[in-house]
Design a protein around this ligand. Sequence first.
Ligand code: SF4
Length: 136
Amino acid sequence: MPIHLRPHHLICGLCFKSRGFRLSFLENFNKLNKILTENPEKKSIRIVEGLDDICEYCEKRKGNKCEKDPKARLLDVTYLDALELKVGQMISLNEAKAKIRSNLVLAGFQDICKDCPSREEGLCEPNFDALVKENK
Ligand code: SF4
């Protein structure tokens, strides 16, 4: 079964360092990460619009909505475009990483995610930096 990810969660999912979130959210987040890292070449990710498998355990999810909308949707649209992806597309973890490496630089990530508290706290930037430098 594919893992459903909204576009901006390709960045959160690969770069975010877990801290300050409730346990069920982190357990789910780590479980999804483990599935992806165990099969990095398999096209296990389906790009979706709106709530995804990470949102499922998030306290900001209210029914079928995110209380951070429209900001969350704007991030999705921006990353969909920046990473040259399409809703419904199936992609592997390694393909996602390659797209991030070839389409984004640190400045782009800092700009797109500029209003996110996790980025402001420095929870993502070291991992983003490491991801971009991976395989270089
Ligand atoms: S804040 Fe919104 S977009 Fe982010 S994980 Fe929670 S429900 Fe999903």
